[in-house]
Design a binder for this molecule. Structure first.
Ligand code: ADP
Ligand code: GN1
Ligand code: MG
Length: 366
């Protein structure tokens, strides 16, 4: 990788550099935390090398992020909030660009670190998870007047589950590039048996029943930061996949990650269950902010979206395993298979509890 100093020097940061260290736990980008000092005051910036294998249209992606964050700043101010804490503040380069491209093609962007904040890689209470639901629901509400179709679709068909099945999973299986298919027959069967589920949202969009909205599309719990002192959710981060989409994608993906009694990559799948108290807390938070603008079809599909987004993510991990781990960052050779198994265990548990999940949604007042 580049000498990080050359990268840092291209951004309009204030003060003198003290240190720069790797940071974060995402599967896609590489993140650094840079500390500067100016007049005795420490200023922190997050600097990220964007994965150009995953994000091919960096200009489109950064245009989306600048458009959305500047729109959010206005709405936050109108609502009496603090835009410096409640949305990300990106920093331009000295030559006025919204990211830095190095000579060898690596792309970096930078934004202010929100001080006195923390994030959770796993969920330790229904209350915290409920607050993340409020934050993602508010994110949708604040962006409800943003023209969704003006956003670039930086990863086309990102949550088009039937396309993930037909155009990615099946070809990976047929190619079996690294000879792994035989060892994951059960997981492959699990996916194939649920093919019909994959088209539900695409069909409802075609029938005009589900509206396209501005969505975050990667609503993991650790993509919300919380106030260190009050534990309140302050800001939604990781805006790479903000695109036109469905509210259901955001709801379902949050449940997938945060209402799991185990980690996304838990090896002991007997520990993987849906936590219905967390499910309820998140749904209450999310609907309290965004629910009034949802139509009945959106409400009726919330519980199913949790299952579908979990299934889709598991299928993507399995596809990557079959492809030889070319997409998600892994910590050991079987990592993507372990992730897939754990996601499928959660899908199976949600299938057992789908009636209860539906009832919980039906009983929420918002
Ligand atoms: P990735 O998921 O690709 O690693 P994120 O943008 O989600 O990248 O950042 C990783 C982690 O860094 C977050 O979960 C959060 O803990 C922390 N973080 C990111 N941006 C900020 C910020 N502006 N202020 C405070 N913490 C941040
Ligand atoms: C990736 O970058 P990160 O770790 O927040 C992925 C998401 C998956 C998630 C699974 C651009 O998110 O779609 O749900 O891993 N992001 C992209 O943990 O593919
Ligand atoms: Mg993240």
């Amino acid at each position: 990788m580049e000498d990080i100093k050359i990268v840092l020097d291209s951004f309009r940061f204030k003060g003198e550099l003290i240190k720069c260290e790797p940071f974060g736990s995402g599967h896609i980008n590489s993140t650094f935390l840079a500390e500067y000092i100016e007049d005795g005051k420490v200023r922190r910036y997050v600097v990220q090398r964007v994965n150009t294998n995953v994000f091919r249209d960096i200009d489109g992606l950064m245009d989306n992020i600048f458009a959305v964050t500047s729109f959010l700043r206005g709405v936050i101010k109108e609502n009496g909030g603090n835009p410096n804490r409640e949305t990300l503040h990106f920093i331009k380069t000295f030559d006025g660009k919204n990211y830095y491209r190095s000579e060898n093609g690596d792309c970096f962007r930078a934004y202010r670190f929100v001080d006195n904040s923390k994030s959770f890689d796993s969920c330790d209470s229904a209350e915290v998870f409920g607050k993340s639901g409020t934050a993602f629901g508010r994110f949708q509400r604040y962006l409800s007047d943003f023209p969704a179709t003006s956003l670039n679709e930086t990863i086309p068909d990102f949550h088009n589950t039937i396309s993930r099945f037909e155009n990615e999973f099946i070809p990976a299986l047929e190619k079996d590039a690294v000879g792994r298919a035989e060892a994951c027959r059960d997981e492959i069967e699990f996916v194939i048996a649920r093919k019909n589920d994959c088209s539900r949202f695409v069909n409802l969009i075609k029938e005009g029943k589900l509206p396209i909205r501005v969505t975050h599309n990667d609503t993991k719990l650790n993509n919300v930061i919380f106030d260190e002192d009050t534990n309140d959710a302050i800001c939604v981060i990781d805006l790479d996949t903000v695109m036109p989409g469905l509210a259901l994608y955001d709801f379902g993906d949050s449940i997938r990650f945060g209402a799991n009694t185990a980690a996304e990559d838990e090896k002991d799948i007997s520990k993987v269950k849906i936590n219905l108290d967390y499910f309820k807390a998140y749904a209450q938070g999310f609907l309290s902010e965004a629910g009034k603008s949802f139509n009945q079809c959106e409400i009726d599909n919330l519980a199913f979206s949790a299952k579908l987004m979990t299934f889709e993510c598991g299928m993507r991990f399995l596809t990557d395993y079959l492809n030889g781990d070319t997409y998600f960052r892994i910590a050991y050779p079987e990592h993507n298979l372990v992730r897939a198994r754990s996601q499928f265990a959660l899908v199976a548990d949600m299938e057992k509890h789908m009636d209860e999940m539906e009832k919980i949604i039906a009983n929420i007042e918002y």
